[in-house]
Design a protein around this ligand. Structure first.
Ligand SMILES: Cc1cc2nc3c(=O)[nH]c(=O)nc-3n(C[C@H](O)[C@H](O)[C@H](O)COP(=O)(O)OP(=O)(O)OC[C@H]3O[C@@H](n4cnc5c(N)ncnc54)[C@H](O)[C@@H]3O)c2cc1C
Length: 555
């Protein structure tokens, strides 16, 4: 998460506000009074179920214990309060809270805080803003309990950085290519090149080349989630459509669990700047949008299981069962499928070898930094390719946009076409396709063919952004619901011709957004006929919850 509102130094007052006596009196009925002594440690990094503390008197330091000693994050005095977004979501604390001057604190657990937030609009705004800004500050300063040592030439390093960044998880990154001290330290511990990246988690556990699942486990990102209860609704995917469904479901009192294979944000999370989403005239990065939406869903009590992929929907069982790759089975009365789509990978030899080492599927600030002033290639002629080309052209040496057809896609927004045409740093090559990629550990050369002239040429370009259309994430449904001929999920009236093949059991026809299984809905890019836009994904996710209520009422 980052903020484009104003410099962080200007926002300190909002991140650490002083509560008035009147506001404190509204908190008292939900809190208990606690006398504290100097030196008392109220919470440690890694503790779960940490309560919030409001200081009536005394002083408290929030520190981040590090490998090289403690960093003071902030000192709270009377009228201020401890807490951060993790505590609201039930995740482990990142920091230590230590009393430095005896006094009286109000103590409030997460449940009571959620009750307060739902009842008191003024305090809800005040806490939400403070918690989000505090997290932004931690992220910007790299203050967290994770150190990642990696190389910019390692695909796994990129994946872990992406995972931490997209989850808004504060961390310190040490680049082994430029930080010789870090390399010496790894040599000292006999860490081989194959074991890079290394993650030091909670300043304690050393993980060698971990998967995102292993990292999430070490950080305890999912340990507060129980699999035993039957949920009102399980949402598969935390892209814009799944997050919208989560916000509406949780705010309307449903017990909701979102299961996300990677990190919140989906495809939108790979977008540097979304400029056509209502309400953001200056544009918003996909990561910011997703970070805010995830915080909003959790504020209302939605739970997010991340780095967990649903591998099967057991559609013969009621309640429905979702098998997750970690071995959990989630049971839910209704299901919202929001699993979206992913980029199609063009048939280029060596493509997989260079993924994350010169070949990228998203164009955000992180990838732009990796490119520096180098020339880059963007492959594709639709909206996402246009957006990536325009964004990258602001920082890289030159953008070669390779478009297989004779023109930009009919679906590309007019504002993007105009910006591309007027941008001297972007050269569009129509009728052109990559034929091979070469290099050592990192991509070094790209060869492309111009189908107009038949000419084949090789260029010393080290960065290729693939933005070539999407295919749906429906493989895990294994015949449970009706799909169209491209694998997207059929819903509502589109099911009419095939419904009899799927033994629809009810008198009424499927509702809009309902699949061939009663109480199972599909929203966003995974749905056949969906307009592939953030706004439509968000709209469908919200509408689906209205329909979920109707389905629950039938049960
Ligand atoms: C680079 C880029 C730029 C874009 N720019 C814009 C723009 O400017 N404006 C605009 O309107 N649209 C834009 N789009 C399109 C927009 O992002 C998508 O339409 C939108 O993200 C679709 O949302 P969704 O929630 O339906 O699916 P997705 O965003 O695809 O999210 C699906 C989520 O489900 C998860 N998932 C998949 N399978 C499983 C499983 N089995 N178990 C658990 N989780 C699973 C995925 O990891 C993913 O997080 C852009 C897309 C890209 C890629």
């Amino acid at each position: 998460m980052s903020t484009s509102v104003s410099p962080l130094s200007d926002l300190r007052g909002e991140a650490f506000p002083v509560l008035t006596q009147e506001q404190l009196s509204r908190m008292r009925p939900l809190s208990k009074l606690r006398k504290v002594e100097a030196g008392e440690v109220l919470f440690e990094p890694g503790d779960s179920g940490v309560p919030f503390f409001v200081l009536l008197s005394g002083r408290m330091e929030i520190v981040q214990p590090g490998l090289y000693g403690d960093h003071l994050v902030v000192t709270h005095e009377a009228g201020k309060f401890s807490g951060e977004i993790n505590m609201l979501s039930g995740r482990r604390s990142l920091l230590r809270g230590r009393v430095v001057e005896a006094g009286e604190f109000l103590e409030m657990n997460a449940e009571a805080m959620r009750t307060l937030i739902s009842r008191d609009a003024e305090l809800s705004d005040l806490f939400m803003r403070a918690f989000i800004l505090r997290r932004v500050m931690l992220v910007n300063r790299g203050q967290g309990n994770v150190v990642l040592l990696g190389s910019r030439h390692s695909a796994q390093t990129l994946r872990l950085r992406e995972f931490l960044t997209r989850n808004g998880y504060p961390h310190t990154y040490m680049d082994l290519d430029s930080d010789t001290g870090a390399q010496e330290m790894l040599d000292h511990f006999h860490v081989t090149t194959r074991e890079i990246p290394v993650v030091i988690c909670n300043n304690r556990d050393v993980l060698r080349s971990p998967s995102i699942q292993e990292l999430a486990k070490c950080l305890g990102l999912n340990e507060h989630i129980t699999a035993s209860e039957v949920r009102d609704v399980a949402i598969v995917g935390a892209g814009p459509s799944g997050l919208a469904a989560a916000v509406y479901a949780a705010s309307e009192g449903l017990d909701v669990l979102v299961i996300e294979a990677e990190s919140p944000g989906g495809q939108a999370g790979a977008s540097s700047k979304i400029e056509n989403y209502l309400g953001f005239p200056m544009g918003i990065s996909g990561q910011d949008l997703a970070g805010r939406a995830a915080a909003q869903a959790q504020k209302f009590g939605a739970q997010l299981l991340i780095a967990n992929r649903v591998i099967q929907l057991n559609c013969d069982r009621r309640p429905y069962e979702l098998s997750v790759d970690c071995g959990r089975v989630i049971r839910a009365r209704t299901v919202v499928i929001a699993s979206g789509a992913q980029y199609k990978k063009p048939q280029i030899e060596n493509l997989a070898r260079f993924e994350g080492q010169g070949v990228y599927y998203g164009a955000t600030r992180m990838e732009a930094q990796l490119c520096g002033k180098d020339e880059v290639i963007v492959v594709g002629g639709a909206n996402s390719a246009g957006q990536a080309a325009v964004y990258l052209s602001q920082t890289v040496g030159k953008v070669h946009m390779l478009v297989r057809s004779k023109g930009l896609s009919d679906t590309m927004s007019r504002y993007l076409i105009q910006r591309i045409e007027e941008n001297p740093a972007i050269e569009v090559l129509y009728g052109t396709e990559i034929v091979s990629l070469d290099g050592g550990a990192q991509l070094e050369r790209v060869t492309w063919r111009d189908s107009n002239s038949g000419e084949i040429s090789t260029h010393d370009i080290r960065h290729v952004f693939i933005m070539t259309g999407a295919s749906p994430h429906t493989e895990w449904l294994q015949g449970c619901v009706a799909l169209d001929n491209k694998g997207f999920i059929l819903t509502g009236r589109d099911l009419d011709p095939v419904l009899h093949e799927y033994h629809w059991p009810l008198q009424r026809p499927p509702q809009m957004l309902e699949t061939s299984l009663p109480g199972v809905f599909a929203v966003g890019d995974v749905r056949s006929g969906n307009v592939k836009r953030v706004a439509s994904a968000v709209g469908e996710g919200s509408i689906a919850i209205y329909l979920v209520h109707r389905a629950l009422a039938e049960m």
